[in-house]
Design a protein around this ligand. Structure first.
Ligand SMILES: Nc1nc(=O)c2c([nH]1)NC[C@@H]1CN(c3ccc(C(=O)N[C@@H](CCC(=O)O)C(=O)O)cc3)C=[N+]21
Ligand SMILES: [Mg+2]
Length: 278
């Protein structure tokens, strides 16, 4: 039977470490505060925004939220970001994605001061990751690395297949696994012989955004399976990109959804906020 990789427990462990560190840094007069911007009232986004604010309160950093109406113009949003860039009491800026269709996400991300880019989405942060220089790491892939490390999964020399090539998960995930000296393959929706390729993976990381897409035919016996997907099924039940019930018996370790990668994303966001104080 597969060992469950408990993201809920590990994220709690990280938040507790950060809480202690923040208390220490506070004694030296250091503080941090996160500004969260949400445009429109998407209920899923509201849940995530609330979780982020709760996490800030838990570890002892400030947060302020800007809930803007759906009709907000790109100019108005850019003006708010400029204001927060200038504001000394704000150390991190997060613009909840996705944004309404009339706003250019790329422009918005580019407007954030890279020194406050706690999501790690700015091109300067992405470039720094690529060449191995200092910058904020994107929270979800950084969370996956922490899950693997804290579960004792050896990465060096291992065959890692990443399914998905997005700018916020697949691509930065590949860079981080390379840093850990894994041998990395990035697969995606157009990859030929995807099943055969995935079956070679010692570590399979899935972020394709298709519910229960990965079945037992994609997984080698003993593989470590990390599921980045999150989907709300009818009846509000959550599931990932991996069909957990059929893959779990094959895997040596596997993340559940919920309780896997999701909570780690928030823990690593908190780590990036604390990084502004260090
Ligand atoms: N600028 C920006 N930064 C983000 O980091 C960002 C974003 N936009 N837009 C949306 C996605 C999604 N995301 C998640 C965070 C936590 C959970 C999480 O905590 N999930 C829980 C379940 C939560 C639930 O019940 O829905 C779990 O998997 O156990 C999931 C997803 C951050 N995102
Ligand atoms: Mg893709």
């Amino acid at each position: 039977m597969a060992k469950l990789v408990d993201g809920k427990r590990i994220s709690q462990e990280i938040k507790d470490e950060l809480k202690a560190e923040v208390a220490d840094l506070a004694q030296q007069g250091k503080t941090a505060s996160l500004a969260v911007i949400q445009v429109g009232g998407d209920p899923a986004s509201s849940v995530y925004v609330r979780n982020k604010k709760n996490a800030c309160a838990y570890i002892g950093i400030g947060s302020e939220s800007y809930e803007l109406p759906e009709e907000t113009t790109e100019e108005e949003l850019l003006a708010l970001i400029q204001e927060l860039n200038q504001k000394e009491e704000v150390h991190g800026i997060l613009v909840q994605l996705p944004l309404p269709a009339h706003i250019d996400e790329e422009k918005v991300i580019l407007a954030i001061d890279p020194s406050k880019d706690v999501d790690g989405f700015h091109p300067q942060s992405a470039g720094a990751l690529m060449i191995g220089s200092k910058g904020f790491l994107p929270c979800t892939p950084a969370g996956v690395i922490q899950l693997l490390k804290r579960s004792g999964v050896e990465m060096e020399g291992k065959n890692c297949v990443i399914v998905g090539r997005s700018n916020i998960v697949g691509k930065p995930m590949a860079m981080l696994m390379l840093r850990e000296n894994a041998t990395v393959t990035v697969a995606h929706s157009r990859t030929k012989n995807l099943k055969e390729l995935c079956k070679q993976a010692d570590i399979l990381i899935v972020a394709i955004g298709k519910p229960k897409f990965i079945t037992e035919e994609y997984v080698k016996e003993g593989a470590v399976v990390i599921d980045v997907g999150i989907h709300r099924l009818e009846g509000k039940k959550l599931c990932g990109d991996v069909d957990f019930d059929v893959v779990e018996p094959l895997a040596s370790a596997i993340t559940p959804v919920p309780g896997g990668v999701g909570p780690m994303t928030i823990a690593m966001l908190m780590n990036n906020c604390v990084e502004t104080m260090r």
